[in-house]
Ligand binder design. Structure first.
Ligand code: WT7
Length: 633
């Protein structure tokens, strides 16, 4: 892979002849031009190429009720049919669909046949528990095979899954259960992480005490430690799966392309997290196409997306995408550095992983342990690498490229969001790369950078990143709040999708993401809302008011800093600061714990009482406070 210096834009990394020769998309310019001329036609072709349908569509894109776009209108399908059922007829039946390794080194594998059996059995169990088409089922688990199995089982019967990340805690889970009104919760006794047990069942019990609509709790035994089981409500997964109700013959419910597949909570600008809704039809077309084109996934590949299935990355690219393409998806339970910092590299060697996809924060964290750990492992099976979740700093990019990819694996830096469902700005392997840039909008998409008034800015100027065309895997609405969907994403600039990111585009048309412009903090790639952390702080009896900001952090990208105004008479002590951090951990989850808590006497606010986090941020970094004409401390 040649390296061509290119002045102020840093280096170009040209794809080698070998990479281009092997690539699914060789002439990316021609494909881009074609898709740009007719993006609806481009997606229609992909829908025919990658997906089987039970009934055809009457219209590819219906934009008559903007921004409530519909794709593949009238078509009948089920994503599980494409992810599993259709592979059972041919040779793929005996191919590994999933390889899983636990933190303790235990291994489980599932052929497509075996996966189908587990999914079908659990789908039958869900039906026996009264779950019907359209019902919501919440899944709150560690990274165990039963997590994707539960997701697929829910989807198979036309119900809607709501996966809550296993790193979240009581209040976060409770809020998501309340909002979704799930009647069934699937969880684990606990999860292994970093040699310790995360008490998932205990947290779930606490969340359920705060009143929820949940009638049945299904518990997977993973850790085997003692947990309390409430008679009449809680049942063991393995008990249910041993009963006749766990019928391995369960038909896949054929649904409308636009029927909901899942909802996934994510943090936005204000208040409580909102549930992004994705559907069966367009979503499967979008994720299959992007995975095939960007990661060039081949039939004999072993693919490892090292994200958590509880986030959109896992939904699209651990579970559904790879299975639709009939690939082998690898999943690992634990942390990358346990018990040693070569845990990931060891598994790449052991399983012969060909394509590996992770987040910049993980790369930066692993970089700190030095090159000797990866160098002791055979990583020669790797062909392509990927990055997602936050901007990758060029230093981490080069380390990843040189030390992990041995200079021969192009890095696919994929920009996207829970809302977009699929990669939106991303290269394909044959494209020349620049470290730190996700390159160009995916085929058929047009992105732009706008100023406050909606005028496109000049090259290399910062502005609001927008997407100008609909795409098949786009979110359809916010669960129970269509107005918020319109207001948050489609109102600043009517007709275009507001991403919430700031970015620049350079003179080569390459996009450079700068970061969120709203009150969203990205900690180790995890998306957290300031409002949710603040409300966790305020729920402590000592706290009167709180404001939370994200500040740059060497490994995590950003870290959480909280400014706390104590109630009258409460003493500000270091012990109290620790207690507040722990409190946020219990309410929201360990990832939301503030790095630092500062006790203050006042918070900068606008005259209307809104906290000016921008001012706090500027002060903390010793920068100019900007326009403070509305400030009233
Ligand atoms: C936000 C979305 C979508 C998968 C995981 C995150 C940031 C995501 C990149 C990237 C720079 C990125 C953006 C975006 N982001 N990928 N390759 N380069 N920034 O999903 O939790 O919904 O977060 O993550 O700020 O808006 P999410």
């Amino acid at each position: 892979m040649g390296e061509i210096a290119n002045g102020h834009n840093g280096d170009w990394y040209e794809a080698s002849e070998e990479v281009v020769a092997q690539a699914h998309i060789k002439d990316w310019k021609a494909v881009a031009e074609g898709a740009d001329r007719d993006f609806v036609g481009f997606w229609e072709e992909r829908a025919k190429e990658f997906i089987d349908w039970q009934a055809p569509w009457t219209k590819v894109l219906d934009d008559s009720d903007k921004p409530f776009f519909k794709w593949f209108v009238g078509a009948k399908t089920n994503i599980v049919y494409n992810a599993i059922d259709r592979h059972l007829k041919g040779a793929r039946r005996n191919k590994l669909a999933m390889i899983w390794e636990g933190e303790k080194g235990d291994v489980r594998t599932f052929s497509y046949h075996a996966l189908n059996r587990e999914v079908s059995k659990f789908a039958s169990v869900l039906k026996a528990l009264g779950v019907r088409k359209g019902d919501r089922v919440t899944i709150y688990m560690g990274r165990v095979p039963e997590l994707p199995i539960a997701m697929l089982a829910v989807a198979k019967i036309g119900a809607v899954h709501s996966v809550v990340y296993g790193g979240f805690s009581t209040e976060a889970l409770h809020g998501r259960l309340e909002d979704s009104q799930s009647r069934v919760l699937v969880t684990c006794d606990g999860a292994f992480l970093n040699g310790k047990i995360v008490e998932l069942k205990k947290i779930a019990d606490e969340a359920l005490k705060r009143s929820a609509a949940v009638e049945h709790v299904v518990v997977v035994r993973r850790t085997g430690h003692e947990v309390s089981m409430e008679t009449g409500r809680d049942m063991w997964w393995h008990d249910l799966m041993g009963l006749p109700i766990a019928d391995p013959k369960c038909p896949t419910e054929i649904v409308d392309a636009e029927d909901p597949l899942y909802m996934l909570y994510t943090s936005g600008t204000t208040g409580t997290p909102k549930a992004i809704v994705h559907t069966h039809g367009g979503y499967q077309v979008g994720i299959a196409t992007t995975l095939k084109y960007v990661f060039d996934l081949r039939d004999d590949d072993r693919w490892w997306c090292a994200a958590d299935p509880g986030w959109v990355t896992g939904h699209s690219y651990i579970v559904y995408g790879p299975l639709i393409l009939g690939a082998t998806s690898f999943m690992y339970e634990g942390a990358p550095t346990f018990p040693y910092p070569d845990r990931w590299w060891q598994m790449i060697e052991k399983y012969g992983i060909n394509v590996f996809y992770t987040a910049p924060t993980a790369i930066r964290g692993l970089m700190r342990w030095g090159e000797s750990w990866p160098n002791r492992r055979d990583l020669s099976s790797l062909r392509l690498l990927g990055s997602v979740g936050e901007p990758i700093n060029p230093e981490a990019w080069r380390w990843y490229h040189r030390v992990i990819g041995k200079g021969k694996c192009p890095i696919m830096d994929t920009w996207w969001q829970t809302e977009t469902g699929m990669f939106m700005i991303a290269p394909v392997p044959s494209m020349p790369l620049k470290p730190g840039s996700g390159t160009r909008p995916f085929f058929g998409q047009q992105a732009d950078i706008y100023d406050e008034e909606g005028r496109p800015v000049k090259d290399n100027e910062e502005g609001f990143l927008v997407l100008k065309r609909p795409w098949p895997a786009m979110m359809r609405t916010i669960y129970n709040d269509p107005e918020r969907y319109v207001k948050q994403y489609w109102s600043k600039y009517p007709g275009v999708y507001l991403t919430g990111d700031s970015a620049k585009r350079d003179e080569d048309g390459y996009f450079w993401i700068i970061g969120r412009v709203d009150d969203v903090i990205k900690v180790s790639g995890y998306r957290l809302g300031t409002a949710e952390i603040e409300s966790a702080l305020v729920s402590h009896e000592a706290v009167a008011e709180a404001a939370v900001i994200g500040l740059p952090h060497e490994v995590k990208g950003q870290s959480i800093h909280a400014y706390v105004l104590l109630r009258h008479g409460v003493q500000a002590t270091a012990a109290l600061a620790d207690e507040l951090k722990a409190h946020v951990g219990t309410e929201m989850g360990p990832i939301a714990k503030p790095e630092e808590i500062s006790f203050v006497d006042s918070l900068p606010k606008t005259r209307s009482g809104k906290i000016m986090r921008r001012v706090l941020k500027a002060r903390a970094q010793g920068l100019s406070e900007g326009d403070i004409s509305t400030l009233e401390e």
